[in-house]
Design a binder for this molecule. Sequence first.
Ligand code: ADP
Ligand code: MG
Length: 345
Amino acid sequence: MTRSGPFSPAADSAQKDLTALGEFGLIERLFATLPQKAPGVTLGIGDDAAIVDIPPGQELLTTTDTLVEGIHFRADCDPYLLGQKSLRVNLSDIAAMGGEPLWYLLSFSAGAQTKLHWVEAFARGLGDAGEAFGLTLIGGDTVGSRGGISLTITLMGLVPKGQAVRRSGAQVGDLIYLSGTIGDAALGYAGKREWFDDEQDWLYLQDRLNRPQPRVELGQLLRERGLAHAMLDVSDGLVADLGHLCKASNMGAEIHTEKLPLSPPVRALLTERGDEILQLILTGGEDYELLFTAPHSARKELAKMATHASISLADVGRMVLDGSGLSLFQSGTPLDVGKGGWRHF
Ligand code: ADP
Ligand code: MG
């Protein structure tokens, strides 16, 4: 496999596969060298287990996500963006608890024929996202595979004891809020380039799909100020995720579709193509915005906080007594979710 001639890292790794570095070479060269930004790491990569310091009065949050080639990403995807996204989706889960993300583990499994430059680009994506959010990679596992590539990231964070914001705390009458805009990632995935006159709109939606913005700061602010009764991140789509919150809180919800926060390209598409787009907005996932419930009395403070944190917060409905689960209204008219009338679902 090795070739003689002048050393050129890019050309070199474009040819080489993982046998060129081996398991420990990969760990030492690609993973152990990533930026280390988080405090509290007593012992990082290199021993049998990592040691992190949990300050008194704090508790540990942990979350994990696995991405499998052929299921969650295609073999020809951009590995740099995949590295970014694999960390960002985990960050969103810590954000949704109101926690501070700090440390992560990476389990990396790939066939020996995987190109080294693919893993280098993946590691760069991971490192850049880790640096942007102040994280440190503290360990993991590196193993061979006979199938495709599989990636598991486990992210840990801290939250003051007893203060994590759960899905189960909603109260009847709470307003339902969404951060940012929804439907962007679904349109970036299922939309077609020719639907957009302006290429910038298409690129914006691609960026929303590939580089989600975990709302870490917002999640912490909501938790610190005690404004959110219940919270989760919208990863599986608004209908599915709000359904989870309703179930955990044992109540129902009403959503008014005309109040949904939409980006200009998604709003334009909705006007042009109607139901087909509304369905994607309601059920498409991967926006990684925060959905939370808050009492009516928090309205003013939330508005102030949104301005301060430069993020939009839209009130899209309210929590109601259980009975009908999730009800959707379009300009006052009920939409029948999953009961035949709204047959797109
Ligand atoms: P063990 O055999 O004791 O499980 P390993 O040989 O698998 O240890 O790993 C050696 C060290 O490298 C450990 O500290 C482990 O956490 C770290 N490590 C292994 N794979 C990765 C990876 N993909 N990313 C970060 N650290 C890793
Ligand atoms: Mg091991």
